[in-house]
Ligand binder design. Structure first.
Ligand SMILES: Nc1ncnc2c1ncn2[C@@H]1O[C@H](COP(=O)(O)OP(=O)(O)OP(=O)(O)O)[C@@H](O)[C@H]1O
Ligand SMILES: [Mg+2]
Length: 168
């Protein structure tokens, strides 16, 4: 008999790559998000599997909406074990776009109170009638994810990690 405790030590990894990005006309974020949620949820508590879906949906939507090169590849990597859930999304960007994302993530990681940043960003954007701009802040403020970015030219890698250490 396998215990819940043992199930929550299962190592799972997925990697998807799809190219060219312009051919992704289906709702890929929802499909992969839901698939990962079901699979991770067969081993880990729902709270963890739901998080996998939230991050994949957000990061993959960002990649699909902001890729610089429609002929390029989009990558998604998921790893989970008893310590951590990690999701990486990879897409092509130029140096300027990388710096924009890096500055945003640096800000998210440096503020003392992320909920204040969320509140201020909502107010600022409302004033200027801008849409969106909250996805990455929300991942950290509402879902307790850690965020990091890397640039392996021309690939931007946005990684989101969630510690499971306390679970088991
Ligand atoms: N994978 C990516 N590739 C290129 N640019 C990105 C990527 N992820 C984020 N960005 C840039 O960072 C900005 C902030 O992303 P964020 O997800 O926080 O907000 P948003 O996607 O604009 O709006 P929302 O998620 O609230 O709908 C984006 O508008 C985009 O310019
Ligand atoms: Mg977004």
């Amino acid at each position: 008999m396998i215990t819940e405790d043992e199930l929550q030590k299962t190592k799972i990894s997925f990697s998807y790559t799809i190219s060219p990005a312009k051919n992704i006309i289906c709702d890929l974020s929802a499909m992969i998000g839901n698939f990962c949620e079901e699979t991770v949820g067969s081993f880990y508590p729902r709270k963890v599997s739901k998080k996998a879906n939230i991050v994949i949906t957000e990061l993959l939507n960002n990649a699909l909406e902001n890729s610089n090169d429609s002929k390029s590849q989009i990558g998604i990597k998921l790893n989970v074990d008893e310590e951590q859930l990690s999701i990486k999304v990879i897409n092509v960007v130029d140096q300027v776009q990388f710096e924009k994302v890096k500055a945003h993530v640096d800000k998210i990681n440096s503020v003392e109170n992320i909920r204040n940043l969320l509140r201020e960003t909502i107010l600022d954007r409302r004033k200027e009638r801008l849409k969106g701009g909250l996805g990455l802040i929300r991942l950290v403020a509402e879902n307790k994810f850690k965020l990091s970015v890397d640039y392996k030219k021309p690939y931007l890698i946005v990684e989101s990690q969630y510690d499971l250490g306390g679970w088991n």
